[in-house]
Write a protein that binds this ligand. Structure first.
Ligand SMILES: *Cc1c(COP(=O)(O)O)cnc(C)c1O
Length: 397
């Protein structure tokens, strides 16, 4: 049985996975994954910021197995313990008052978009439905979430897009202010743009958005799908900025490897939805919520997030110290790090893979590092050693 052949023949062609260079992974443990030949890789992709506690963390695996034996699924017609407890914990650890459970980042953003439209109608203006988002943003692939995504390449071929979205320049407050009209209901941004190339927001920018939203009665929505759940060294990235959103969305790392999404809201926004407004069959499934509770146990353990912040700073410092040829800029927050090159970064990512390090390349120029948050200094050193060798080899090629 040739797995690559099966995948190529029977799975739709939405991912660029050339069979010659695409790994077939069989198992993982901590920061490592293994391919079908038993070769080990240091995984600095982490399932795209999902496996933040490494692969198969025993505490998460145990929570999942225990819940799987008890109750796999009910429906949201009924209460379950893992869901109610997770909701309380998310609220206690954040600025939110209430949460809605769904299954992915795109779905969480869809929920936020629906909530913002209803909020706009009730509190601002009968036609307040427009949402201002940022150029270079990423909010998911469902029709409204991809429309919110400020990257034309993701819209091409799927027009007409959903109406009611406008795009402003990230980290440029007046660009957002200029687009506000009586039709606006919300501003939606990532505190750290991820898929767009790892661009952290400036504090003045997010604080300015907060003031604009307060002045005009708009909802400030943060997409924390990638930068949330400890990735930046705080549980939520907004904590770095002294700004609280009215609504924020989570997914990726929250389920420790299982699919979950959350849309959280505070104040008046938390009371907008009423029965029948929104729903999800699998949203807040007991097994997934048990996994998320185990993730929260680990992330909120004494000193854990501080160590993420320290390792992130160490990573950036060492990365700069290497003086890699062609390195233009290192950006990031905590362990969400981007390195921009003026050379072929895709080639470097391929060479890293050959040498046993998985790293993601964005747009041919940027290497995105999303190591598991449980990575050690020695593993960071090992990754940087591989990167240095890959760089040297790419320079010669
Ligand atoms: C990955 C991502 C999404 C989409 O999440 P899915 O689970 O793939 O739908 C949305 N927003 C941000 C910031 C992301 O990084």
């Amino acid at each position: 049985m040739d797995i690559r052949e099966l995948a190529t023949n029977y799975i739709m062609n939405t991912y660029d996975r050339p069979p010659e260079t695409t790994l077939y992974l069989t198992h993982g443990r901590g920061p490592y994954v293994w391919d079908e030949h038993g070769k080990r890789y240091l995984d600095f992709v982490s399932g795209l910021a999902v496996n933040s506690l490494g692969h198969c963390h025993p505490h998460i695996v145990e929570a999942v197995c225990r819940q799987a034996k008890q109750l796999l699924h009910t429906s949201n017609l009924y209460y379950t313990e893992p869901q109610a407890i997770l909701a309380e914990r998310l609220v206690k650890h954040s600025c939110a008052d209430k949460v809605f459970f769904c299954n992915s980042g795109a779905e969480a953003n869809e929920a936020a978009i629906k909530l913002a439209r209803k909020f706009g109608k009730e509190y601002r203006h009968p036609d307040a439905h427009e949402i201002i988002t940022a150029v270079r943003s990423f909010h998911g692939r469902t029709l409204a979430a991809v429309t919110a995504t400020g990257q034309p390449k993701y819209h091409r071929g799927f027009e007409p897009m959903v109406s009611g979205f406008k795009y402003a320049e990230f980290n440029n407050l007046s660009s957002f202010a200029d687009l506000i009209t009586e039709k606006t209901c919300a501003i939606l941004v990532e505190p750290v743009q991820g898929e767009g190339g790892v661009y952290p927001a400036n504090a003045e920018f997010l604080q300015g958005l907060r003031s604009l939203c307060d002045r005009y009665g708009l909802l400030l929505i943060f997409d924390e799908v990638q930068c949330g759940m400890g990735r930046t060294g705080k549980l939520f990235a907004y904590e770095h900025y002294g700004v609280e959103p009215d609504v924020f969305t989570l997914a990726k790392a929250l389920g420790g490897g299982l699919p979950i999404g959350v849309m959280a809201a505070k104040g008046k926004a938390a009371e907008i939805f009423t029965p029948g407004d929104h729903a999800s069959t699998f949203g807040g499934n007991p097994v997934v919520c048990a996994a998320a509770n185990a993730v929260l146990d680990l992330l909120t353990a004494e000193g854990f997030l501080e160590s993420v912040a320290e390792l992130g700073a160490y990573f950036c410092w060492r990365l700069l110290e290497l003086k890699l040829p062609g390195l233009v800029e290192v950006r990031g927050l905590g362990l969400m790090i981007g390195a921009e090159f003026d050379g072929d970064a895709a080639c470097m990512a391929r060479l890293c893979q050959e040498k046993g390090l998985l790293v993601n390349c964005i747009g041919g120029k940027i290497l995105r590092f999303l190591p598991p948050l449980v990575v050690t200094q020695e593993e960071v050193d090992a990754a940087l050693m591989i990167l240095q060798e890959a760089c040297a080899q790419a320079g010669k090629a």
